[in-house]
Design a protein around this ligand. Structure first.
Ligand code: ZN
Length: 414
């Protein structure tokens, strides 16, 4: 087999492919499946991995992307050993770095825990991994998604005219009433969780599919918004962010007010880091290494580099600030008038910082936020945060370069 590469309507010279499969070829994945098929067959033959009913589903795979699924920790090591041995026999490498172990709650663990290995190398454990380009995680909102689908199946059964299906449902509901593994018990639990009517009530009066979908989606969004907000209230990094407006299906102004321009999205990325408290300043770095001298701003060495210093005070970044500040102050004054500006903002750096990071958190009697003001303040503060970030990064880089230069040639100080 031979191949050519097409790039910008130019074709490369022909070259032959003596091993492996053609990159991007339609046949390639199918050929690879044939090549690797003995592995899932071997696992199934040995009874390793999960089954649903009589169907084996312990090792779903597509080409070289494979998932090994089991509820038993000793079994997973056996599966890994077989997969590793197979790769050695068939002369391909499974990268231990690219292999991830995800533990779910329902795992049976042996008393003595050994790290799982692929060949000689241990496999890292994580909360999520990517299989076929899709993130497989056990993050909570996935649970909401599963609930939605289970309730959708419940609706299809309830709405079905099929007598056999209806009889099977009645039978299941009677026989498995107390069994929490039965689908209908589980569906009832889900309905209770979202304060929705019971299955019996729905059987009496089933709404239209559109009505059902609307009610279910709203109940699920409300419930998870509440749960996530409770969790967010405990996070100190979110203290400058108005978490009450963060709801499922609602977008924070930092993203909502954004024009669809790549450059603006880049700026909003930096702004969002201030919003969720993940932009690292010297104050944060010090908390990790415990040396209080490190709290000082590296740019000016005057005081601790915290948010107020960085956004409003650091003299090394005055140039960037002066370009944006007049517009910001003008926008605020236009909104609330000169008197209120004097009353609330004079000497109140904390308040000005809050306007910059998340103006929606400023009380309504201080700032009147309509869509127009919100967009304008976001636009200005997005630019401010980004310009300050670029200024700071550039100065840090210059300092690092100078240090490197001094280290190479100590005589240059004189
Ligand atoms: Zn400074």
């Amino acid at each position: 087999m031979s191949s050519k590469i097409k790039w910008n309507s130019h074709l490369s010279k022909q070259f032959s492919i003596n091993q492996k499969v053609r990159q991007g070829g339609v046949l390639s994945t199918h050929l690879y499946k044939l090549y690797i098929n003995e592995l899932p067959e071997e696992l199934e033959r040995r009874g390793l991995g999960l089954n649903i009913g009589l169907e084996y589903c312990g090792s779903p795979l597509c080409a070289d992307d494979i998932v090994l699924m089991t509820t038993d920790e000793t079994e997973i090591q056996a599966m890994l050993n077989i997969a590793y041995k197979f790769s050695c026999q068939h002369r391909y490498n499974i990268h231990p770095e690219k292999s991830t172990l995800i533990k779910t709650e329902r795992i049976k663990t042996s008393k003595q825990q050994h790290p799982l290995t692929l060949g000689e190398k241990p496999i890292k454990e994580d909360q999520q991994t990517t299989h076929l380009g899709i993130i497989r995680a056990r993050a909570l909102p996935i649970e909401a998604e599963l609930h939605k689908r289970q309730l959708s199946l419940l609706y299809s059964i309830l709405a079905s005219e099929n007598t056999k299906l209806k009889n099977a449902m009645e039978r299941q509901m009677t026989v498995n009433a107390g069994n929490s593994d039965s689908f209908f018990s589980r569906a009832q639990e889900i309905l209770n969780f979202y304060n929705l009517p019971s299955i019996a009530e729905f059987k009496e009066h089933l709404p239209s599919k559109i009505r059902w979908k609307k009610d279910i989606n709203r109940s699920i969004a409300d419930k998870w918004s509440n749960l996530l907000q409770k969790e967010m209230e405990e996070k100190s990094t979110l203290k400058h962010c108005k978490i009450q407006i963060l709801k499922i299906h609602k977008v924070h102004p930092v993203w909502r007010t954004l024009p669809p321009i790549t450059y603006e999205v880049k700026k909003a990325n930096i702004k969002a880091r201030f919003l969720i408290g993940t932009y690292l300043l010297q104050e944060h770095i010090q908390r990790f290494n415990g040396n209080s001298d490190d709290q000082k701003c590296l740019l000016c060495q005057i005081e601790q580099e915290d948010l107020i210093h960085f956004l409003l005070r650091c003299p090394a970044l005055n140039e960037q600030r002066q370009k944006v500040f007049p517009a910001l102050i003008q926008a605020i004054k236009c909104n609330i008038g000169q008197n209120k500006w004097q009353e609330h903002f004079t000497g109140n750096k904390e308040l000005l910082m809050q306007v910059i990071i998340d103006s929606s958190k400023v009380r309504e009697n201080i700032l009147i936020l309509n869509e127009e003001t919100s967009t304008e303040i976001e636009r200005i503060s997005r630019k401010l945060c980004y310009d300050l970030h670029c200024g700071r990064t550039l100065l840090h880089k210059r300092m690092a370069d100078a240090r490197q230069f001094e280290a190479k040639d100590p005589g240059c100080k004189d």
